[in-house]
Design a protein. Structure first.
Length: 255
């Protein structure tokens, strides 16, 4: 009887310890979630730049700059994309549901980002049109035109779905473990530094591109002409068109 009582007590004690351990693990995860997303965003920005740069070599036979910010080999579109993937897909367990939701979320984000760039800057670094054509006689037919929507396409959305699977199943788990091995204060400290540096970089990029747009619009159409001030003068001196065209080599204007 005493043995049974002791065994029950041990089982109960073990259950309590397991529950307490799970609570502590969940608490730490929530406290370090910001740091994990920042690290994931930074890695996604770099991976996106690397992917686009390597892809340009296979497309054009040489490497082109595919950065999305003024400073550093980073492309924030991919960084934001992978963060969206983790936020949307982490609660989902089935891989095929992750693929579908990832394709919808990624494709929607890519289209919204393209549309905002077109509206605000009248330019974009991508504009998809169907590359599939077939010529019969003197007539050229475009295939799968219905699957291309300017800012994204059915095929690019599927690619986002695959990226979502890779993010949630391959990339996020090791980042999660890496941050778990750090002290909470150290992880958050590094995350705050990265956030400040990235925010400054993105803010300066947006300011320089907006100034370029207003500068060109004023020179060509006489619209959006602003009186020179300390900000516009500083932007004109530090980020002239020649420098921006060298940095953002795939930025195209659309009428």
């Amino acid at each position: 009887m005493e043995a049974i009582t002791v065994m029950k007590f041990k089982v109960l004690f073990l259950d309590v310890n397991i529950d307490k351990l799970e609570e502590e693990r969940e608490y730490y995860f929530k406290q370090s979630y910001f740091a994990k997303l920042v690290f994931l965003f930074t890695i996604g920005c770099f991976a996106g730049w690397l992917w686009e740069t390597v892809l340009s070599f296979f497309q054009f036979g040489k490497f082109y700059s595919r950065v999305g910010v003024l400073y550093g080999p980073l492309n924030p579109i991919y960084g934001i994309g992978v963060v969206i993937m983790v936020l949307f897909l982490r609660p989902i367990k089935k891989w095929y549901n992750q693929l579908i939701i990832g394709a919808i979320a990624g494709g929607s984000f890519e289209y919204i980002a393209w549309a905002m760039s077109m509206i605000v800057l009248n330019s974009a670094t991508w504009n998809y049109s169907s590359p599939f054509t077939i010529t019969i006689g003197e007539t050229t037919y475009t295939l799968f035109k219905w699957a291309y929507w300017g800012g994204t396409s059915l095929f690019h959305s599927f690619f986002w779905g695959l990226c979502g699977l890779a993010c949630i199943r391959l990339f996020f788990p090791p980042i999660n473990k890496l941050v778990d091995r750090m002290s909470l204060d150290f992880a958050n400290y590094i995350a705050v530094i990265l956030t400040v540096l990235l925010a400054i970089d993105i803010f300066l990029t947006c300011a320089a591109l907006l100034r370029q747009m207003t500068r060109n619009s004023c020179a060509t159409t006489g619209k959006l002409c602003f009186k020179d001030n300390i900000i516009t003068i500083w932007l004109d001196e530090h980020y002239p068109d020649s420098l921006l065209e060298e940095i953002f080599q795939n930025l195209k204007k659309y009428d």
